[in-house]
Every structure is written in structure tokens, then in C-alpha cells.
Design a binder for this molecule. Structure first.
Ligand code: CA
Length: 261
């Protein structure tokens, strides 16, 4: 990812044009506690439905971000792809929910989608699921059912609030207790080291570029040199990866990969 792309993503992430045409802050980086919770994008143009969905999800322990149009939804996902799930209304004022989902999937986004719709026709149901939706709720729905379906999908995708344990061989990160151990021994990490390790473990088996690491681990306002990533990888290696088998691998010229097994 080029520096310019990263810069644009950071700018796009700070704010977006809302339905009223005004700039709205997105509370994506609302602090450490919020970062621990699964994040759900709610796309709904009816304020009363949006209120019910938002309240139910927050009470169930999820962090939510909202948009009321399809285009805003695509823009928000483009700026920040770290959502764990999208609750997507079908009847939106611009692009409909099916089209939003189709574009997300063609952009290779695999964020799970639950459609909300007033229509209960078989055709709509089949259409929603065939373009990559994961579930379908017909209005009016009970909030208990919504929360149960959200939880079921997150459990399937390994992002449930119940599964907060990341394991790579004998390296274990317990996100609930905020503890890390290697070979059964507790390791003390600084907050940044912890966030870096969690990011690598969540993406174990995949190469993470320096830009991706900077973007996810450091604040979007961070303007320092990317050598900070090297420095923290080296600190992390000393603390959790000093003995073989080594889990953190440098992919020359690109970034780092934490081996899944
Ligand atoms: Ca609607």
C-alpha cells in the first residue's frame, strides 16, 4: 500500500459526509475498551429502527458505527475495514442494501452481512443470500432475535465476544484478561506491544505490511517514521519469541507474518 493511499484512508477515516450534508465524526477509535469489542456497522435510514438496533447491540456489548445511506456505508467500510459485521437495511434512499453488499463482495470484503428488510418474499431472501449476505431478518423483528443472530454469525467467524482467546502454538493472548503467555509463562507487554501482537495474531498466517500495521496499531494521526514498526517488532521478539520455534517472521521489503502453526 502506497503512502498516499494510507494518507487518504486516514483522512477518509476521520470524518465522512453524512445524510445531512455535514461532516460527521466517526467514533471509530474511541479508545482501548471499544477496540476490544466486536465492531458492527449499522446501515439504516429509519431513525427509530436505527435507534432500536444501536441500543440493542450496545447493550449486548458491541461497538457500533452508523450510516443511513448505502454510499456512506461503502465509504465508511473503505476507510476502515475493521468491522466484524454489518447490519444492512435493504431499502435505503440511494443504493439498496443488496447493491451495497454486491459491491462489498466485489471489493473482496468478507465482512459478514445481516440484511434487514420489510419484504419477506422468497425471491428477496434468495437474492440477499446469493449475493453474499449471511442472514436475513424481516421487519418487525425482536431485538433478542437480532442479537442472537449477530452472536451466531460472530461465533462462526471466530469474532464472538465469547472467543477472546488467540492461540498460536504455545503463544496465547487472552483478550478478556488482557494477558499474554508463551510456553505457559506470563509475558508483560506495553499497551502498544500488546496491540501489535494482537493484530499479528488476529491475522496469523498472513503477511501484514508496515502500512497496515501502522494503520491498525498506531493512531491514524501518527506521522512518525515506519521504523517504529521495526523497533516494536524487535521488542516483541525479545519478549515473546526469543526461543525457537520462532513465530514472527520478516517478509523482506513487505512486512511481517506471525505463523499460525
Ligand atoms: Ca429503510
Amino acid at each position: 500500500m502506497g503512502v498516499e493511499v494510507v494518507r487518504q484512508r486516514r483522512l477518509a477515516r476521520r470524518a465522512f459526509i453524512g445524510p445531512t450534508g455535514t461532516l460527521q465524526e466517526i467514533s471509530i477509535f474511541s479508545g482501548h475498551t471499544a477496540a476490544m469489542r466486536p465492531r458492527i456497522l449499522v446501515v439504516e435510514d429509519e431513525e427509530n429502527v436505527a435507534f432500536v438496533v444501536r441500543t440493542a447491540l450496545r447493550l449486548a456489548g458491541y461497538a457500533t458505527v452508523e450510516t443511513s445511506t448505502g454510499r456512506d456505508a461503502l465509504q465508511v467500510v473503505c476507510a476502515d475495514d475493521a468491522f466484524d459485521l454489518i447490519v444492512l437495511d435493504v431499502m435505503l434512499p440511494d443504493l439498496d442494501g443488496f447493491e451495497v453488499c454486491r459491491r462489498l463482495r466485489s471489493d473482496r470484503s468478507d465482512i459478514p452481512v445481516i440484511f434487514l428488510t420489510a419484504s419477506d418474499t422468497v425471491e428477496d431472501r434468495v437474492r440477499g443470500l446469493s449475493i453474499g449476505g449471511d442472514d436475513y431478518l424481516t421487519k418487525p423483528f425482536s431485538v433478542e432475535e437480532l442479537v442472537a443472530r449477530v452472536e451466531a454469525i460472530l461465533r462462526r467467524s471466530g469474532k464472538s465476544t465469547e472467543s477472546r482467546l488467540l492461540v498460536c502454538r504455545d503463544l496465547i493472548l487472552d483478550d478478556e484478561a488482557h494477558q499474554v503467555s508463551r510456553g505457559g509463562k506470563t509475558v508483560r507487554l506495553s499497551l502498544t506491544e500488546y496491540k501489535l501482537l494482537r493484530f499479528l495474531m488476529r491475522n496469523a498466517g498472513h503477511v501484514m505490511t508496515r502500512a497496515q500495521i501502522l494503520d491498525h496499531v498506531w493512531s491514524y494521526d501518527f506521522n512518525g517514521e515506519s521504523t517504529v514498526v521495526e523497533s516494536y517488532i524487535s521488542l516483541l521478539r525479545r519478549k515473546v519469541d526469543a526461543e525457537p520455534p520462532h513465530l514472527i517472521h520478516t517478509v523482506r521489503g513487505i512486512g511481517y507474518r506471525l505463523n499460525a502453526r
